[in-house]
Design a protein around this ligand. Sequence first.
Ligand code: SAM
Ligand code: DTB
Ligand code: SF4
Length: 336
Amino acid sequence: MLNSSSIPTSLERHDWTTAEILDILQQPLLELVYRAQTVHRHHHPQNDIQLATLLSVKTGGCSENCAYCPQSAQYETTVEKQPILPVPEVLAAAQRAKEAGSDRFCMGWAWREIRDGKAFEDMLEMVRGVRSLGLEACVTAGMLNDSQAQRLAAAGLTAYNHNLDTSPEFYDQIITTRTYGDRLQTLDCVRRAGITVCCGGIIGLGETLSDRAQMLQVLATLTPHPESVPINALVAVAGTPLQEQPPIDPLDLVRMCAAARILIPKARVRLSAGRSSLTREAQILCFMAGANSIFYGDKLLTTGNPDCDADRQLLEEIGAIGSPPESTCKGTHLAP
Ligand code: SAM
Ligand code: DTB
Ligand code: SF4
Protein backbone atom coordinates (compact mmCIF):
# COMPACT_ATOMS: atom_id res chain seq x y z
CA MET A 1 0.00 0.00 0.00
CA LEU A 2 1.28 3.46 -0.84
CA ASN A 3 2.32 5.71 1.99
CA SER A 4 1.25 9.32 1.46
CA SER A 5 4.19 10.84 3.23
CA SER A 6 6.65 9.33 0.75
CA ILE A 7 4.85 10.51 -2.37
CA PRO A 8 6.05 13.64 -4.15
CA THR A 9 3.19 16.11 -4.61
CA SER A 10 4.57 17.90 -7.65
CA LEU A 11 4.95 14.89 -9.88
CA GLU A 12 3.06 14.83 -13.16
CA ARG A 13 3.23 11.39 -14.72
CA HIS A 14 1.85 9.89 -17.90
CA ASP A 15 2.78 6.27 -17.24
CA TRP A 16 0.33 5.29 -14.51
CA THR A 17 -0.65 1.63 -14.42
CA THR A 18 -4.13 0.36 -13.65
CA ALA A 19 -2.73 -1.54 -10.63
CA GLU A 20 -1.29 1.66 -9.16
CA ILE A 21 -4.60 3.44 -9.71
CA LEU A 22 -6.55 0.61 -8.08
CA ASP A 23 -4.26 0.98 -5.05
CA ILE A 24 -5.02 4.69 -4.93
CA LEU A 25 -8.78 4.14 -5.19
CA GLN A 26 -8.59 1.64 -2.31
CA GLN A 27 -6.43 3.64 0.08
CA PRO A 28 -7.95 4.33 3.49
CA LEU A 29 -10.24 7.30 2.85
CA LEU A 30 -8.57 9.76 5.21
CA GLU A 31 -5.16 8.91 3.81
CA LEU A 32 -6.47 9.32 0.27
CA VAL A 33 -8.12 12.68 0.93
CA TYR A 34 -5.01 13.95 2.72
CA ARG A 35 -2.81 12.92 -0.19
CA ALA A 36 -5.14 14.44 -2.79
CA GLN A 37 -5.43 17.69 -0.83
CA THR A 38 -1.64 17.85 -0.56
CA VAL A 39 -1.30 17.48 -4.34
CA HIS A 40 -4.12 19.95 -4.80
CA ARG A 41 -2.51 22.65 -2.67
CA HIS A 42 0.77 22.24 -4.51
CA HIS A 43 -0.84 23.00 -7.88
CA HIS A 44 -3.87 25.18 -7.18
CA PRO A 45 -4.79 28.24 -5.16
CA GLN A 46 -6.77 27.60 -2.00
CA ASN A 47 -10.52 28.26 -1.86
CA ASP A 48 -10.87 28.45 -5.63
CA ILE A 49 -13.94 26.70 -7.01
CA GLN A 50 -14.80 27.62 -10.57
CA LEU A 51 -18.46 28.08 -11.42
CA ALA A 52 -19.51 26.81 -14.84
CA THR A 53 -23.02 27.07 -16.26
CA LEU A 54 -24.49 24.53 -18.66
CA LEU A 55 -27.03 25.16 -21.38
CA SER A 56 -28.56 22.59 -23.69
CA VAL A 57 -28.61 24.28 -27.10
CA LYS A 58 -29.91 21.24 -28.93
CA THR A 59 -32.01 18.97 -26.75
CA GLY A 60 -33.18 15.41 -27.39
CA GLY A 61 -33.68 13.34 -30.51
CA CYS A 62 -30.09 12.03 -30.52
CA SER A 63 -29.31 9.06 -32.76
CA GLU A 64 -26.85 7.49 -30.28
CA ASN A 65 -27.73 4.80 -27.74
CA CYS A 66 -25.73 5.89 -24.66
CA ALA A 67 -27.53 3.87 -21.99
CA TYR A 68 -27.43 6.64 -19.40
CA CYS A 69 -28.76 9.40 -21.61
CA PRO A 70 -32.32 10.76 -21.55
CA GLN A 71 -31.65 12.54 -24.86
CA SER A 72 -31.26 9.40 -26.94
CA ALA A 73 -34.09 9.02 -29.47
CA GLN A 74 -33.96 5.29 -28.78
CA TYR A 75 -35.47 5.57 -25.30
CA GLU A 76 -38.89 6.74 -24.09
CA THR A 77 -38.09 9.50 -21.61
CA THR A 78 -39.77 12.76 -20.75
CA VAL A 79 -37.14 14.62 -22.77
CA GLU A 80 -38.69 15.68 -26.09
CA LYS A 81 -36.72 16.75 -29.10
CA GLN A 82 -36.57 20.56 -29.16
CA PRO A 83 -35.64 23.00 -31.91
CA ILE A 84 -32.06 24.27 -31.71
CA LEU A 85 -31.93 27.45 -29.63
CA PRO A 86 -31.27 30.61 -31.62
CA VAL A 87 -27.99 32.50 -31.12
CA PRO A 88 -29.50 35.51 -29.27
CA GLU A 89 -31.26 33.26 -26.77
CA VAL A 90 -28.02 31.41 -26.03
CA LEU A 91 -26.08 34.64 -25.60
CA ALA A 92 -28.79 36.04 -23.30
CA ALA A 93 -28.41 32.91 -21.14
CA ALA A 94 -24.63 33.39 -21.15
CA GLN A 95 -25.10 36.98 -20.01
CA ARG A 96 -27.34 35.79 -17.14
CA ALA A 97 -24.76 33.16 -16.20
CA LYS A 98 -22.07 35.84 -16.10
CA GLU A 99 -24.23 38.07 -13.90
CA ALA A 100 -24.85 35.13 -11.57
CA GLY A 101 -21.08 34.71 -11.16
CA SER A 102 -20.13 31.97 -13.61
CA ASP A 103 -16.72 32.04 -15.27
CA ARG A 104 -17.39 29.38 -17.84
CA PHE A 105 -20.36 28.79 -20.13
CA CYS A 106 -20.77 25.26 -21.46
CA MET A 107 -23.09 24.53 -24.36
CA GLY A 108 -24.39 21.08 -25.29
CA TRP A 109 -25.76 19.64 -28.51
CA ALA A 110 -27.43 16.20 -28.46
CA TRP A 111 -25.62 15.08 -31.58
CA ARG A 112 -23.59 12.06 -32.60
CA GLU A 113 -21.21 14.43 -34.41
CA ILE A 114 -20.87 17.97 -35.68
CA ARG A 115 -21.91 18.46 -39.30
CA ASP A 116 -20.96 21.45 -41.41
CA GLY A 117 -23.78 23.88 -42.20
CA LYS A 118 -26.03 26.47 -40.59
CA ALA A 119 -26.13 24.84 -37.12
CA PHE A 120 -22.31 24.74 -37.03
CA GLU A 121 -22.04 28.36 -38.23
CA ASP A 122 -24.43 29.30 -35.41
CA MET A 123 -22.30 27.33 -32.95
CA LEU A 124 -19.26 29.37 -34.03
CA GLU A 125 -21.22 32.59 -33.52
CA MET A 126 -22.28 31.42 -30.04
CA VAL A 127 -18.65 30.72 -29.16
CA ARG A 128 -17.57 34.16 -30.37
CA GLY A 129 -20.42 35.77 -28.43
CA VAL A 130 -19.67 33.92 -25.18
CA ARG A 131 -15.98 34.82 -25.45
CA SER A 132 -16.82 38.46 -26.08
CA LEU A 133 -18.67 38.47 -22.74
CA GLY A 134 -15.34 37.58 -21.13
CA LEU A 135 -16.41 34.03 -20.26
CA GLU A 136 -14.63 30.79 -21.01
CA ALA A 137 -16.58 28.88 -23.65
CA CYS A 138 -16.94 25.10 -23.70
CA VAL A 139 -18.81 23.05 -26.30
CA THR A 140 -19.93 19.43 -26.15
CA ALA A 141 -21.50 18.21 -29.37
CA GLY A 142 -20.19 14.74 -30.11
CA MET A 143 -17.50 13.79 -32.58
CA LEU A 144 -15.74 16.35 -34.76
CA ASN A 145 -13.02 16.45 -37.42
CA ASP A 146 -9.81 18.48 -37.75
CA SER A 147 -11.27 21.29 -39.84
CA GLN A 148 -14.23 21.75 -37.47
CA ALA A 149 -11.88 21.78 -34.48
CA GLN A 150 -9.70 24.40 -36.19
CA ARG A 151 -12.72 26.61 -36.90
CA LEU A 152 -13.87 26.30 -33.29
CA ALA A 153 -10.36 27.25 -32.16
CA ALA A 154 -10.39 30.27 -34.47
CA ALA A 155 -13.75 31.32 -32.97
CA GLY A 156 -12.02 31.37 -29.59
CA LEU A 157 -13.37 28.15 -28.05
CA THR A 158 -11.68 27.54 -24.71
CA ALA A 159 -12.51 23.86 -24.25
CA TYR A 160 -14.23 20.96 -25.95
CA ASN A 161 -15.93 18.40 -23.71
CA HIS A 162 -15.93 14.82 -24.88
CA ASN A 163 -16.02 12.18 -22.17
CA LEU A 164 -14.63 8.67 -22.15
CA ASP A 165 -17.56 7.84 -19.86
CA THR A 166 -16.15 4.49 -18.68
CA SER A 167 -13.39 1.92 -19.25
CA PRO A 168 -12.52 0.55 -22.70
CA GLU A 169 -13.66 -2.88 -21.47
CA PHE A 170 -17.08 -1.87 -20.12
CA TYR A 171 -17.76 0.68 -22.87
CA ASP A 172 -19.76 -1.55 -25.21
CA GLN A 173 -22.19 -2.40 -22.41
CA ILE A 174 -23.09 1.28 -22.40
CA ILE A 175 -22.77 2.50 -26.01
CA THR A 176 -22.63 0.55 -29.24
CA THR A 177 -23.25 3.27 -31.80
CA ARG A 178 -19.66 4.52 -31.65
CA THR A 179 -16.38 3.18 -30.35
CA TYR A 180 -13.84 4.10 -27.70
CA GLY A 181 -11.39 4.68 -30.56
CA ASP A 182 -13.81 7.23 -32.09
CA ARG A 183 -13.75 9.11 -28.81
CA LEU A 184 -9.95 9.15 -28.63
CA GLN A 185 -9.79 10.37 -32.22
CA THR A 186 -12.08 13.31 -31.41
CA LEU A 187 -9.90 14.17 -28.43
CA ASP A 188 -6.86 14.15 -30.76
CA CYS A 189 -8.53 16.60 -33.15
CA VAL A 190 -9.37 18.90 -30.24
CA ARG A 191 -5.79 18.78 -28.97
CA ARG A 192 -4.25 19.32 -32.42
CA ALA A 193 -6.40 22.43 -32.92
CA GLY A 194 -5.05 23.92 -29.69
CA ILE A 195 -8.37 23.80 -27.82
CA THR A 196 -8.13 22.61 -24.22
CA VAL A 197 -9.51 19.15 -23.53
CA CYS A 198 -12.36 18.54 -21.10
CA CYS A 199 -12.67 14.79 -20.65
CA GLY A 200 -13.93 12.63 -17.84
CA GLY A 201 -16.51 10.01 -17.09
CA ILE A 202 -19.43 8.71 -15.10
CA ILE A 203 -19.67 6.39 -12.11
CA GLY A 204 -22.74 4.38 -11.20
CA LEU A 205 -23.28 2.75 -14.59
CA GLY A 206 -22.77 -0.75 -13.12
CA GLU A 207 -19.01 -0.70 -13.66
CA THR A 208 -16.50 -2.36 -11.34
CA LEU A 209 -13.77 -0.63 -9.36
CA SER A 210 -11.35 -1.97 -11.94
CA ASP A 211 -13.35 -0.24 -14.72
CA ARG A 212 -13.04 3.03 -12.82
CA ALA A 213 -9.29 2.50 -12.50
CA GLN A 214 -9.00 1.66 -16.20
CA MET A 215 -10.89 4.78 -17.23
CA LEU A 216 -8.66 6.92 -15.01
CA GLN A 217 -5.64 5.16 -16.48
CA VAL A 218 -6.65 6.18 -20.01
CA LEU A 219 -7.19 9.77 -18.85
CA ALA A 220 -3.93 9.91 -16.88
CA THR A 221 -1.85 8.59 -19.76
CA LEU A 222 -3.14 11.11 -22.30
CA THR A 223 -0.23 13.38 -23.20
CA PRO A 224 -0.69 16.19 -22.43
CA HIS A 225 -3.22 15.58 -19.68
CA PRO A 226 -6.74 16.96 -20.09
CA GLU A 227 -7.02 20.45 -18.62
CA SER A 228 -10.46 19.63 -17.29
CA VAL A 229 -11.83 16.36 -15.89
CA PRO A 230 -15.55 16.11 -15.16
CA ILE A 231 -16.53 13.39 -12.71
CA ASN A 232 -20.22 12.60 -13.08
CA ALA A 233 -22.42 10.35 -10.95
CA LEU A 234 -25.16 8.74 -12.99
CA VAL A 235 -28.47 10.58 -12.89
CA ALA A 236 -30.71 7.56 -13.41
CA VAL A 237 -33.49 8.80 -15.67
CA ALA A 238 -36.78 6.93 -16.13
CA GLY A 239 -37.02 5.35 -19.56
CA THR A 240 -33.27 4.83 -20.02
CA PRO A 241 -31.80 1.33 -19.76
CA LEU A 242 -30.00 2.43 -16.57
CA GLN A 243 -33.14 3.69 -14.84
CA GLU A 244 -32.91 1.02 -12.12
CA GLN A 245 -29.25 1.53 -11.29
CA PRO A 246 -28.81 1.97 -7.54
CA PRO A 247 -27.37 5.31 -6.44
CA ILE A 248 -23.62 5.41 -5.92
CA ASP A 249 -22.05 5.69 -2.49
CA PRO A 250 -21.10 9.38 -2.24
CA LEU A 251 -17.74 8.32 -0.79
CA ASP A 252 -16.98 6.61 -4.11
CA LEU A 253 -17.36 10.00 -5.75
CA VAL A 254 -14.93 11.41 -3.18
CA ARG A 255 -12.49 8.64 -4.09
CA MET A 256 -12.84 9.36 -7.82
CA CYS A 257 -12.24 13.09 -7.30
CA ALA A 258 -9.20 12.32 -5.14
CA ALA A 259 -7.76 9.87 -7.66
CA ALA A 260 -8.31 12.30 -10.55
CA ARG A 261 -6.56 15.03 -8.53
CA ILE A 262 -3.56 12.83 -7.74
CA LEU A 263 -3.21 11.43 -11.26
CA ILE A 264 -3.89 14.62 -13.22
CA PRO A 265 -2.65 17.22 -10.77
CA LYS A 266 -3.02 20.37 -12.86
CA ALA A 267 -6.54 19.72 -14.18
CA ARG A 268 -9.72 21.33 -13.00
CA VAL A 269 -11.58 18.40 -11.51
CA ARG A 270 -15.26 19.12 -12.02
CA LEU A 271 -17.80 17.69 -9.62
CA SER A 272 -20.48 17.38 -12.29
CA ALA A 273 -23.77 15.47 -12.63
CA GLY A 274 -25.25 13.93 -9.51
CA ARG A 275 -24.70 16.79 -7.07
CA SER A 276 -28.44 17.08 -6.36
CA SER A 277 -28.26 13.74 -4.55
CA LEU A 278 -25.25 14.71 -2.44
CA THR A 279 -25.35 16.24 1.00
CA ARG A 280 -23.47 19.45 1.65
CA GLU A 281 -20.95 17.41 3.62
CA ALA A 282 -20.32 14.94 0.78
CA GLN A 283 -19.73 17.83 -1.61
CA ILE A 284 -17.29 19.40 0.84
CA LEU A 285 -15.39 16.12 1.04
CA CYS A 286 -15.17 16.14 -2.79
CA PHE A 287 -13.69 19.65 -2.59
CA MET A 288 -11.24 18.46 0.07
CA ALA A 289 -10.32 15.67 -2.31
CA GLY A 290 -9.45 18.19 -5.03
CA ALA A 291 -12.63 18.94 -6.95
CA ASN A 292 -12.40 22.61 -7.91
CA SER A 293 -15.37 23.31 -10.12
CA ILE A 294 -19.13 22.81 -10.07
CA PHE A 295 -21.95 23.36 -12.51
CA TYR A 296 -23.89 26.35 -11.30
CA GLY A 297 -27.52 26.94 -12.21
CA ASP A 298 -30.73 25.07 -11.58
CA LYS A 299 -30.35 22.71 -14.53
CA LEU A 300 -27.61 20.59 -16.06
CA LEU A 301 -28.59 19.73 -19.66
CA THR A 302 -31.98 18.13 -19.04
CA THR A 303 -31.85 17.12 -15.38
CA GLY A 304 -31.81 19.09 -12.15
CA ASN A 305 -28.90 20.63 -10.31
CA PRO A 306 -28.85 22.26 -6.86
CA ASP A 307 -30.37 25.72 -7.04
CA CYS A 308 -28.26 28.78 -7.20
CA ASP A 309 -29.05 29.96 -3.67
CA ALA A 310 -28.09 26.64 -2.11
CA ASP A 311 -24.80 26.62 -4.01
CA ARG A 312 -24.03 30.21 -3.10
CA GLN A 313 -24.62 29.39 0.55
CA LEU A 314 -22.42 26.31 0.31
CA LEU A 315 -19.59 28.28 -1.30
CA GLU A 316 -19.87 31.01 1.30
CA GLU A 317 -19.84 28.50 4.13
CA ILE A 318 -16.61 26.94 2.93
CA GLY A 319 -14.97 30.27 2.12
CA ALA A 320 -14.61 29.57 -1.58
CA ILE A 321 -13.92 32.62 -3.65
CA GLY A 322 -16.10 33.34 -6.64
CA SER A 323 -19.37 33.29 -4.77
CA PRO A 324 -21.49 35.96 -6.45
CA PRO A 325 -23.35 38.76 -4.68
CA GLU A 326 -26.85 37.77 -3.60
CA SER A 327 -28.68 40.19 -5.89
CA THR A 328 -27.27 38.71 -9.07
CA CYS A 329 -28.28 35.21 -8.15
CA LYS A 330 -31.94 35.88 -7.45
CA GLY A 331 -34.24 34.85 -10.23
CA THR A 332 -31.48 33.18 -12.17
CA HIS A 333 -33.30 30.76 -14.29
CA LEU A 334 -30.65 29.81 -16.75
CA ALA A 335 -32.76 27.51 -18.83
CA PRO A 336 -34.82 29.23 -21.51
N1 SAM B 1 -23.82 14.43 -27.44
C1 SAM B 1 -22.57 14.83 -26.98
C2 SAM B 1 -21.74 13.68 -26.47
O1 SAM B 1 -22.25 12.64 -26.14
O2 SAM B 1 -20.51 13.86 -26.39
C3 SAM B 1 -22.63 15.90 -25.90
C4 SAM B 1 -23.67 15.82 -24.80
S1 SAM B 1 -23.56 14.45 -23.67
C5 SAM B 1 -25.06 14.68 -22.79
C6 SAM B 1 -22.24 14.88 -22.57
C7 SAM B 1 -21.91 13.95 -21.43
O3 SAM B 1 -22.89 14.08 -20.41
C8 SAM B 1 -21.88 12.46 -21.69
O4 SAM B 1 -20.71 12.04 -22.31
C9 SAM B 1 -21.99 11.90 -20.29
O5 SAM B 1 -20.70 11.76 -19.72
C10 SAM B 1 -22.78 12.98 -19.54
N2 SAM B 1 -24.13 12.49 -19.20
C11 SAM B 1 -25.18 12.39 -20.02
N3 SAM B 1 -26.26 11.90 -19.39
C12 SAM B 1 -25.87 11.67 -18.11
C13 SAM B 1 -26.54 11.14 -16.97
N4 SAM B 1 -27.80 10.74 -17.01
N5 SAM B 1 -25.85 11.06 -15.81
C14 SAM B 1 -24.57 11.48 -15.76
N6 SAM B 1 -23.89 11.96 -16.81
C15 SAM B 1 -24.52 12.05 -17.98
C1 DTB C 1 -20.18 16.47 -18.28
O1 DTB C 1 -19.25 15.67 -18.06
N1 DTB C 1 -21.29 16.53 -17.56
C2 DTB C 1 -22.19 17.52 -18.10
C3 DTB C 1 -21.33 18.17 -19.21
N2 DTB C 1 -20.17 17.36 -19.24
C4 DTB C 1 -21.89 18.36 -20.55
C5 DTB C 1 -23.49 16.93 -18.57
C6 DTB C 1 -24.22 16.20 -17.51
C7 DTB C 1 -25.55 15.78 -18.06
C8 DTB C 1 -26.41 15.14 -17.03
C9 DTB C 1 -27.72 14.67 -17.60
C10 DTB C 1 -28.59 15.74 -18.16
O2 DTB C 1 -28.81 16.79 -17.50
O3 DTB C 1 -29.14 15.54 -19.25
FE1 SF4 D 1 -26.51 11.58 -27.74
FE2 SF4 D 1 -24.54 12.59 -26.27
FE3 SF4 D 1 -26.78 11.59 -25.12
FE4 SF4 D 1 -25.05 9.92 -26.25
S1 SF4 D 1 -24.66 11.26 -24.46
S2 SF4 D 1 -27.29 9.89 -26.51
S3 SF4 D 1 -24.33 11.16 -27.96
S4 SF4 D 1 -26.65 13.37 -26.41
